[in-house]
Structure formats: structure tokens, C-alpha cells
Design a protein around this ligand. Structure first.
Ligand SMILES: O=P(O)(O)OC[C@H]1O[C@@H](O)[C@@H](O)[C@@H](O)[C@@H]1O
Length: 450
């Protein structure tokens, strides 16, 4: 299986500090390579991978203001799609822009929907609903207007996190510093319970930080650790008494939540979005609906077994499980696409598809015969390249050999039968406003498909 893995270029893959999408792409890529799958990773040039790396963007654009984001994105995405024929599947983690290329290639595209940041983006996802296979990262994060092939929850590098059964007494906030993530609320919980709160993460909204967070930082009870590196993050996670995740939005998934539990740290989270899919209430943390409930939950943290938190993550959020799930998705997609191309009379291969036209090579086995049919939206031109066939066109029969061609208009009844001893092969150019395989009205069929 040859997979093109399309990562974002906001951060490197894996990210040096922050970059949840890139982090998941990296774990998945490395996991697939370990299983012997041929992966080409499209990411920034400073990325690290055991797959083949293809890069046009030298550095993450979030780390280098001199990079023109749009230009880099164009080159990054077009490179994948221009090489589409080299891959069995293109796996898109780059949000919605690559969707707009998906109808131009024959290689199936699977898109992990990491986050739809605005309702205004939804029309793009809807337009390509039939052209790409969507994967949701939690059941909560499914949009009822889209179809999904599966839910695959993220896996994390559990071995890379330190499990600690004897924590210190501080509460932890670890995420982007933004209203959505509930830093203000975490501070309130800390103050209500009289506990120390360590805040770690980068400032995603300066105005919010200055108004709601900074005035409370006293470096005694409320401590700001800054944008921590992976080593400090591990320490903070494993030594924390509990993680406070007082989100104000329907979060699609919470990597930090799972990482905390893997370190043995219970999580107190607002009962929103994917949280009930990540936290077992009363077992690995608490799902709450208010600051008061969160403060009560802090008093109950001692009843949670830190060992059970780790075990739960090992069972449900390992990289191996995520890799297994994605391999299943890839296999299902390949089977679905193959089934379409295999017919009782032979098979076809789509050579090229562009808006308005589609080119196929069609092979009819000896004695094989396509159904007597018509199309409501497309004209077809057949050019016979080898074998011997009998075409029926509007009730008239014509014998065809290599070099002959046949033109079929919209709504014209037609069929072709292989009357030779070798495969009958022809090239078909279909032209019309709709080129889906379902535009076939079968009138008669030797294989009972009418
Ligand atoms: O309906 P069956 O017999 O499978 O034939 C399907 C085939 O028919 C031909 O006339 C063309 O339209 C092909 O593009 C199509 O794949």
C-alpha cells in the first residue's frame, strides 16, 4: 500500500512544542512505516520521519514570519495531487483546501477532519462529500451534513510519557491560552479550592491573556510556566494532582486530556464535545458542568486510581490502535474503489478525470457483454484498440475491430459484446455535466443486474 500523508505546514511534523495535528500525523506515519507500509510524508523540510519526506516549505510558517503562507500552501498541496498516480491513497490532514483538488484525481482521498474552525468552511466540506472519505476524530465531532467512513480517535505516545503515582499538590492547565480552553475558569477553581495552579501553553489571544489571566499571576498560587518544551510538559503532567480542562466549546478531541491520564493524572473537564468519550466519569476523572462542580470534584480526586488512568489510556488511546483503525479505513476504501472497477464482463480503469470529461480503458473478457443501457448525462466515444466486438446501437448491430470507433449520444441505447477469443479493449472518452458511475439506466443484462 502506498500512502501520501499530507501534513499541515504551520508546524513541523512532529512539532517541536505545540502542533496537535502535526503530532498525530507523525505518530500515524511512523506507526504505518513500522507495519511495512510505504508512506511519503508531505510536511515542512525540518520535519523528522522514517517515511520518505517531501517538502517545499523550508520551515513552519508559524515560526518564520518571512514565509508567504498562501504561496507555500499552494506548492505544498499541488505537489501531492500532481503525484497522485504514484499513490493508492492520499491521506489529507490539511483541513479543507486539498478537498478542492480531490475531484481532479483518481486516487482516493481520505480526510481526517481535525477541526472545522468556522461554519463558513462547511460548504467546501459539503461540496466534496462524495469525492473524499471523511474520518471524524470523535463521535461528538460529526457534522450531520457530512458522511463519514469511520471515527478514529487519536492515539498518543504513551511510552514517551512518565507515569507517576505520587503527584505533587498543584492543579495544571495545559493548552493554548484562549477563552475556548477555559484558563479563566481554571484560575477560579484553583482559588475556590485554595490550590496552586500551574498554567502552561502559548498565548493564543493576547487581549484575553492580559485581561483574564495576567492579573491573577502571582507566581505563588497562580504560576505561568510559559510555552513549555516537551520535557517540561512531561514533568508537569506527571507531577500534577489533577488537570483542569474547563473548556467553553465543543472540543473535537483533547490530546492534553489523554496525555494527562497516561501520566496518571486525573482530569476534571467540562462535560462538552468529546470529553465523555475520553474521560470515564468517576474512574479517570470527572465531567462537570460548572466551576462549583469542578471545585467539588477537586476534593474527590484522591478517590481516583492513577494506575487505572494509565491503563485506560493504554487500552483505548495507543498509537497501535490508531494505526490499526486507519489501516482498516484504507483497506475499506481500496475495496470499495476496486469493486466499482470490477464488473462481471471484465473491468475498467479510469485514466483521467477532469471537470466535464473522463477517460477510461475498458476490458471486456471473451464472451463478456456489457448491459444494454443508456446514460442521461453523458456522451461516449469508444476507440477500439484490440479484440473483436459487436456493438448494438439503437437496435442496429455493428462489428468492430482495432482502429474502429463508435459515438454514443445521451439517451442512446447501446451495448458491446466481445465476440473474439482475446480480450476486447477500448478507450472511452465520456463527456457531460455528470460523470458518476451511477448514471446508467440498464435495460437488459446477461448478469441479472437490471
Ligand atoms: O452497466 P455495465 O454493464 O456494468 O457497464 C458499465 C459500462 O458501460 C459502458 O457503456 C460505459 O458507460 C462505461 O463507462 C461503463 O463502465
Amino acid at each position: 500500500m502506498r500512502i501520501a500523508m499530507l501534513s499541515p505546514i504551520a508546524w513541523s511534523t512532529p512539532p517541536k512544542k505545540y502542533g496537535p495535528w502535526e503530532s498525530v500525523v507523525s505518530l500515524l506515519t511512523e506507526g504505518l512505516v513500522k507495519r511495512g507500509i510505504d508512506v511519503t510524508l508531505f510536511a515542512t523540510a525540518d520535519s523528522h520521519t522514517s517515511a520518505k519526506l517531501h517538502a517545499v516549505c523550508p520551515r513552519p510558517y508559524e515560526e518564520d514570519q518571512s514565509i508567504l503562507v498562501k504561496a507555500c500552501e499552494c506548492l505544498h498541496i499541488s505537489d501531492v495531487f500532481e503525484r497522485a498516480n504514484e499513490f493508492d491513497i492520499i491521506h489529507n490532514h490539511f483541513d479543507y483546501l486539498p478537498l478542492t483538488y480531490s475531484a481532479l484525481v483518481n486516487t482516493p482521498v481520505v480526510t481526517t477532519v481535525h477541526g472545522i474552525s468556522s461554519k463558513k468552511i462547511l460548504p467546501v466540506y459539503k461540496k466534496y462529500n462524495n469525492k473524499t472519505f471523511y474520518v471524524s476524530i470523535s463521535d461528538a465531532y460529526r457534522c450531520h451534513e457530512l458522511d463519514y467512513i469511520a471515527t478514529v480517535r487519536h492515539g498518543i505516545d504513551i511510552e514517551g510519557l512518565h507515569f507517576n503515582d505520587r503527584p505533587q499538590d498543584y492543579l495544571l492547565f495545559l493548552s493554548r491560552l484562549h477563552k475556548d480552553k477555559g484558563v479563566k475558569e481554571a484560575i477560579e477553581v484553583a482559588k475556590k479550592t485554595g490550590r496552586k495552579l500551574r498554567i502552561a501553553g502559548f498565548i493564543a489571544d493576547q487581549a484575553y491573556f492580559e485581561k483574564e489571566v495576567q492579573p491573577h499571576i502571582d507566581n505563588e498560587q497562580i504560576i505561568y510556566e510559559g510555552h513549555v518544551d516537551p520535557e517540561r510538559k512531561k514533568e508537569l503532567l506527571s507531577n500534577a494532582y489533577a488537570l483542569l480542562h474547563m473548556i467553553n466549546y465543543e472540543e473535537p478531541f483533547g490530546l492534553g486530556v489523554v496525555e494527562a491520564m497516561a501520566s496518571g493524572t486525573p482530569v476534571i473537564a467540562m462535560n462538552l464535545g468529546s470529553m465523555p468519550e475520553l474521560i470515564s466519569d468517576g474512574e479517570t476523572g470527572f465531567l462537570v458542568n460548572s466551576i462549583d462542580e469542578a471545585a467539588d470534584a477537586v476534593q474527590k480526586v484522591a478517590s481516583i486510581s492513577r494506575k487505572k488512568c494509565r491503563e485506560n489510556v493504554e487500552k483505548r488511546f495507543s498509537v497501535d490502535r490508531m494505526v490499526d483503525d486507519y489501516i482498516k479505513v484504507y483497506e475499506t476504501i481500496l475495496k470499495t474503489c476496486k469493486r466499482e472497477a470490477e464488473r462481471p464482463w471484465g473491468h475498467y480503469e479510469v485514466l483521467m478525470q477532469r471537470p466535464g470529461y473522463k477517460v477510461k480503458t475498458i476490458t471486456v473478457l471473451p464472451q463478456g457483454e456489457i448491459s444494454l443501457q443508456l446514460h442521461a448525462h453523458r456522451n461516449e466515444h469508444w476507440y477500439i484498440v484490440s479484440g473483436e466486438g459487436l456493438v448494438t446501437k439503437n437496435g442496429i448491430q455493428i462489428r468492430v475491430l482495432a482502429g474502429d470507433s463508435v459515438d454514443l449520444s445521451v439517451n442512446e441505447e447501446h451495448r458491446i459484446k466481445n465476440i473474439g477469443n482475446d480480450n476486447l479493449i477500448f478507450i472511452e472518452v465520456a463527456q457531460g455535466d455528470y460523470l458518476g458511475e451511477d448514471d446508467i439506466v440498464r435495460l437488459e443484462d446477461k448478469y441479472g443486474r437490471v
